[in-house]
Design a protein around this ligand. Structure first.
Ligand SMILES: [Ca+2]
Ligand SMILES: [Ca+2]
Ligand SMILES: [Ca+2]
Length: 427
């Protein structure tokens, strides 16, 4: 039994300075329409942080000014952290930084590098408003660190086990888990879904990308809160690591309780044969991250150096790389023209973190939930498709980018609108 290691980019836990065209953020006025979007475009989402969600809509006006730690300083910080953990300690990598350790740079967004969320929402919302369509209800399992289920953006997105009475200490539905109302904690073997404010940033961030409420301020999640629900399955602990067994138990719970799609923003380099068999035998569609490079943060080809579960290669897996807002693969993202199916926005992704807050994170861990959210919306809208058909629609309608040639099998990024209407002729 090996420990799976999360593909979380620690560098990006540092605050990123975000500057809009009007520098609204820098002046402390808070985000508005300053990134160059029109008020109308923001109004479509109804969320004031939407201009910073370049992965959903990118008109090329967003500039991210970043302070990153030099590779040398990062390595020194990380080594001291690993040493501390090896001696039985817990914590996060922290080191006093010297002036030369910080590198300033800025990134300009490349217009059009997005998943075409606005058109997809308009299609879904207008169909919903017409009352003429019976959407499929979809359950998405998020197997990760914990999730802050009290976050205002997430409350309406949660899967609820209707057969379980909360907080009575009794396993009412006799499924083997006491008070499993929104999911379960397979790491600590209890029903506490948020147990650590730092580690649970990772799972909370994934949940927000998929299901944050649209139209209530804050940020926009991809999915519809009425028809797509998030089952929260904590399987990774305070250092971001988990066991093969905790993840397998979470997968089995997800299947037994009706989950359709499973987000796995995690991976390791061991093969984990039992995990492989569990995934291969599952009816769920798995969306998995393909990893964030080597010790120095450089992405590598997982066709030759496999990362699991991304490299298992089954037809019920979509392996996802991380596209930057520049339209290039992020330099930290792994790739593989055979093993990796698609790239998705994963660099400076704004999403929810514990305590009703938001932050930007970078990594393939952030790219996978984008694809998960898209799959969920396609599965909800396209009741004519099974999950294999959803996978086919998302990959088959991918928008090709020259920069991704030879790096991912589809050669592109998902287009949520195109995936929802794949194979249909819409007026
Ligand atoms: Ca129960
Ligand atoms: Ca109960
Ligand atoms: Ca919102």
């Amino acid at each position: 039994m090996g420990a799976l290691v999360l593909s979380l980019m620690l560098q990006t836990m540092l605050p990123a300075g975000i500057y809009s065209g009007t520098e609204a953020f820098a002046s402390g006025a808070g985000p508005g329409t300053g990134s160059g979007q029109t008020a109308q475009e923001v109004a479509v989402s109804g969320d004031n942080y939407f201009p910073y969600q370049w992965g959903l809509y990118n008109n090329g006006s967003l500039v991210i000014s970043r302070e990153s730690i030099s590779t040398e300083a990062y390595m020194a910080m990380y080594e001291s952290f690993v040493d501390w953990v090896n001696r039985g300690g817990l914590g996060v990598p922290v080191r006093r930084l010297e002036p030369g350790d910080i590198i300033h740079s800025s990134i300009q967004a490349q217009a059009g590098t997005d998943i075409n969320a606005l058109a997809a929402w308009q299609l879904y919302d207008s169909t919903k408003a017409s009352g003429s369509w019976q959407f499929r209800d979809v359950t998405v399992a998020i197997i990760d660190t914990g999730v802050d289920t009290s976050h205002a953006e997430l409350r309406d997105a949660l899967w609820v086990n209707g057969d379980e009475i909360p907080g009575d200490g009794i396993d009412n539905d006799q499924n083997g888990y006491i008070d499993d109302v929104n999911g379960y904690n397979f790491f600590d073997h209890n029903n506490v879904l948020r147990s650590n404010m730092i580690a649970d940033i990772h799972g909370t961030h994934a949940a927000g990308t998929i299901g944050a409420k649209r139209g209530n301020g804050g940020m926009s999640g991809l999915t519809d809160n009425d028809h797509v629900k998030l089952m929260i399955l904590k399987a990774l602990g305070s250092n971001g690591g988990g066991t093969e067994q905790s993840i397998i138990e979470a997968i089995r719970y997800a299947e037994a309780n009706g989950a359709d799609i499973c987000n796995l923003s995690l991976g390791g380099t061991d093969v984990f044969p039992e995990l492989e068999q569990t995934i291969a035998a599952s009816d769920m569609l798995f969306v998995v991250s393909c990893g964030n490079g080597d010790e120095s943060g450089r992405g590598y080809n997982i066709d030759s150096s496999p990362v699991y579960p991304a490299s298992y290669g089954y037809d019920n897996i979509i392996a996802v790389a991380n596209l930057s807002l520049t339209g290039q693969l992020d330099e930290s993202s792994n790739y593989g023209p055979q093993s990796v199916d698609i790239a998705a926005p994963g660099t400076y992704v704004l999403s929810t973190i514990p305590g009703n807050r938001f932050d930007f994170l970078t990594g393939t861990s952030m790219a996978a939930p984008m694809v998960t959210g898209i799959c969920a919306m396609v599965y909800s809208y396209r009741t004519d498709l099974d999950l294999a058909g959803v996978r086919n629609a998302v990959l088959g309608s991918a928008r090709r980018l020259d920069s991704l040639n030879g790096l991912v099998a589809s050669g592109g990024i998902p287009d949520m609108y195109a995936a929802m209407s794949y194979g249909l002729s819409l007026q």
